[in-house]
Design a protein around this ligand. Structure first.
Ligand code: ATP
Length: 797
């Protein structure tokens, strides 16, 4: 065993241990990297405990200090580089006593544990027992009272690393979106063969107690049927499943059939529903050529997706902050995320809530289990049902009295509520550049409309498409969409109905005429800043044109993520994933020559969001954004920084370094100019290259996150629009929320009004720079800089 210097005085610098435990998950390395670098940044020392709790029990060489350079390149590595194990030893008090002794000997008094609910429970047990363990160690003569004195308090912070997303109290666990990505890639691949041979595929995904992966993959791939542990199908499901699949294949013309099964799927009597049983049912009853694919451990493998990289990074940073801010009395926190907000939640509350869900399932209280999983989970489940089986008899709205003047088209008629025409003609338009998720939002809107009895109308090629004329007669670029057509968009990138940047102001008169001509009751606009501008114009034109006094709702979709009213736009996650693939590959290309800096140009217009979040996800040494600009002093400091960096960089992970530059960061210091300046100033010590991924950033197939969020948000928009059914046009126009943007704001998803004194147009929009006035992500620049070691790039005190 390695000899250890025993600290007898309180360590001046805090020593923070970090371990990964339970099943490995992509992103764990990002968390360890962030903890190590943030700890060092905060003048603490970081210790990795190898092989989970096993390393803590054994001590010696299994607890090692990690330095800044040791974690270089870890963001892009899969699994966990410090190892994970299931430790029987730590389950016993005797093992935990050894662990406590090892920690005191190393002077470690804080532990960041990244694992599932088991690992976090273990951590909490350890903290609760800590004073007793120390007393026993003194009593046994293993440690002296003097040695123990500085370590009376043990701080524990949890990070949830698990591919299952099975922890209550957080929307996502580190690893779950990477795993979902693996699953969706596999199912997308199966699509082609299923389509070619008109086959059925039963695909089994991980999730013994939690159906998150199954549910999200079913949404992302448009599965025909889904089995979750939390919500077993009602008795007689065999008939229901066969009837839905038959309907999809014969009446709707679907050539492929996909059934997704969580490995813990069960029926209402808690009997296992196996993938082979489902296959037999489909083969025997329907004569469907059906294959089973069990995805197994491929779901754990590979590099983390963009979301897991920045989630693990931000949560790792927050874990160190929590360690330093905790008092002896505060309960151990677990770092969580709600929508877009990193939060701290009492660890044992989250663990207990997770256990309660399992208990409810075992008690056959399925509805309750669904509710307790988290609100979002239930919403997604219903959203899946709404879109998977259109024309659902329970969902369909009454037709209303056709021929009677309904309030939607005039004044009050004296009818009862149910007599009003609740079914609406909802137009869907894409405005701006294509972005991942546009098709999926449209698919979800169409399916929801059909389920409820509304008429979904696709407007092809944006506003110019709407107004197209030939010999003074409109050429219809507006048409009803069938479920089958929309369903085929489930995993397609870009915009199938066509998108266009032109605004309605190009021909407002005609636009209004077309609104009347096609009898739009609502307009659902999917797109970026142009979509926002278009709705702003229509809203302002309501004074002149009655046709626009209908709900006008924007669902932001743009890789630039620069739409006021939201912190997240569809397509931005797809773009980030594409960028990290590009950056990883290009960085790898330098691993043999070793001393190369790549200056990579990102899109994003005048918003540095993509550059900054990609910077977090790839571990860029610097990010140049329009919000900060670039000047000669900054470049000079960064070149010095790079020079130092290359001198210190002696480890094995010497792949290239990345600087990200947003396309509008500076008119003078272009990507090529910066690359040339670096090369010149490096004086042969290292070299530099410029790279421009360009439209590659729009991505191919949308990321699963963009797919599932598209579905959820589009359905929320449809429900919001439905709320206006039966209202008079003036009443609609008088409601500020009738022209609104749906968005993620902090921990919530909500609609923000466009107009009015407190509306987005007046308060939150920087019209000149085409971005929100205040950008929530700007502070992430500091995190990029802290984790790259680039201090004070602007030179401002
Ligand atoms: P996964 O989600 O992959 O199952 P997990 O963290 O829940 O991850 P577990 O196998 O339950 O995985 O726990 C990992 C390790 O945590 C165990 O091997 C054990 O060392 C420790 N551990 C779990 N529960 C406890 C407990 N109640 N007391 C002490 N240690 C525990």
């Amino acid at each position: 065993m390695e000899s250890v210097k025993i600290p007898t005085q309180p360590a001046k610098r805090r020593r923070i241990g970090v371990l990964t435990s339970g099943g490995d998950a992509p992103g764990m390395n990002g968390a360890v990297r962030a903890v190590v670098r943030m700890a060092i940044h905060c003048d603490c020392e970081a210790y990795a405990i190898f092989e989970g709790y096993e390393g803590l029990v054994h001590g010696g060489n299994m607890i090692r200090q990690l330095h800044w350079e040791d974690v270089r390149g870890w963001l892009s590595r899969g699994g966990t580089l410090i190892g994970s194990a299931r430790s029987m030893g730590f389950r016993e008090r005797a093992g935990r006593m050894k662990a406590a002794k090892n920690m005191v000997l190393r002077g470690i008094d804080a532990l960041v544990v990244c694992g599932g609910d088991g690992s976090l429970t273990g951590a909490d047990v350890f903290r609760a027992e800590w004073p007793g363990l120390l007393s026993d160690l003194i009593a046994a003569g293993d440690l002296s009272a003097e040695q123990v004195e500085p370590y009376k308090v043990l701080n524990i912070v949890g990070l949830v690393g698990s591919i299952d997303n099975d922890m209550s109290g957080t929307d996502a666990t580190i690893g779950c979106y990477s795993s979902l990505t693996r699953i969706c890639d596999a199912v997308d691949d199966v699509f082609d063969t299923a389509f070619s041979h008109q086959r059925g595929f039963v695909i089994e995904v991980m999730g013994r107690h939690c159906g998150w992966l199954a549910l999200m993959s079913a949404i992302s791939t448009g599965a025909d049927w889904l089995f979750l542990p939390e919500m077993p199908p009602k008795d007689g499901w065999e008939d229901d499943m066969c009837s839905v699949i038959t309907k999809n294949r014969t009446e709707r013309g679907k050539r492929r059939t996909i059934v997704i099964v969580a490995e813990g799927a069960q029926d209402r009597q808690l009997n296992k529903v196996s993938s082979s049983k489902i296959k037999d049912i489909l083969t025997d009853r329907l004569g469907l050529d059906t294959r089973v694919t069990i995805l197994g451990h491929t779901q754990r493998g590979g590099a983390a997706c963009a979301y897991d990289r920045w989630l693990s990074t931000l949560q790792g940073v927050e874990a160190v902050r929590a360690v330093l801010e905790m008092s002896p009395q505060s309960p151990s926190p677990v770092i969580t995320i709600r929508e877009n907000k990193i939060m701290r939640t009492p660890l044992m509350e989250a663990v207990q809530a997770t256990k309660d869900v399992t208990a409810r399932i075992e008690n056959k209280e399925f509805e309750k289990a669904m509710e307790m999983r988290d609100a979002e989970f239930k919403e997604y489940y219903h959203a899946y049902l709404n879109t998977a089986t259109p024309e659902h008899p329970k969902m369909i709205l009454p037709e209303g009295k056709v021929g009677l003047k309904s309030p939607a088209h005039g004044g009050f008629t004296g009818l009862r509520d149910t007599d009003y025409a609740q079914r609406m003609r909802i137009a869907i338009i894409h405005v701006g550049a294509p972005a991942g998720g546009m098709n999926q939002a449209t698919r979800a809107a169409v399916a929801y409309c059909l389920t409820r009895g509304h008429t979904p109308l696709a407007i092809h090629n944006g506003f110019p498409g709407l107004c197209r004329h030939h010999d003074d007669k409109p050429i219809s670029s507006v048409r009803e969409v069938s479920w089958l057509e929309a369903d085929s968009w489930v995993n397609e990138g870009g915009s199938d109905i066509g998108t266009n940047r032109s605004l309605p102001s190009a021909d407002m008169e005609n636009t209004a005429k077309c609104f009347e001509l096609y009898k739009f009751d609502a307009l659902f606009v999917v797109g970026g800043f142009e979509a926002f501008t278009a709705v702003s114009e229509l809203r302002q034109a309501r004074e002149k044109y009655n046709a626009f006094k209908i709900p006008l709702i924007v669902l932001p979709a743009t890789i630039s993520n620069n739409v006021p009213g939201t912190e997240y736009s569809l397509g931005s996650d797809t773009c980030l994933n594409t960028l990290i693939v590009f950056c990883d590959a290009i960085r790898q290309s330098a691993s043999s020559s070793r001393r190369r800096v790549f200056v990579i140009e990102t899109q994003g217009g005048k918003s540095g969001y993509i550059a900054t979040t990609a910077g977090l996800a790839v571990g860029a040494v610097a990010v140049y954004i329009p919000e900060q600009g670039v000047d000669i002093k900054m470049l000079s400091r960064d070149i010095d920084f790079l020079r130092d960096n290359f001198i210190r960089d002696k480890g094995a992970n010497r792949a290239g370094k990345i600087i990200l530059r947003n396309e509008c960061a500076s008119g003078t210091y272009t990507t090529q100019v910066i690359a040339d300046m670096i090369k010149e100033e490096a004086k042969g010590r290292f070299e530099s290259r410029a790279a421009v991924p360009g439209h590659f950033q729009q991505g191919g197939k949308p990321s699963p996150m963009d797919r599932v969020r598209a579905l959820r948000m589009a359905i929320r928009c449809m429900q919001h629009i439905e709320g206006y059914a039966g209202q008079s046009r003036d009443a609609i126009a008088a409601d500020p929320l009738s022209s609104a943007v749906i968005g993620v704001k902090g921990s919530q998803v909500l609609f923000s009004p466009m107009g009015g004194k407190s509306g987005l147009e007046a308060t939150e929009t920087d019209w000149t720079r085409r971005r929100p006035k205040s950008e929530f992500w700007l502070e992430l620049q500091d995190v990029v800089n802290v984790l790259s070691g680039r201090s004070n790039p602007t030179g401002n005190e």
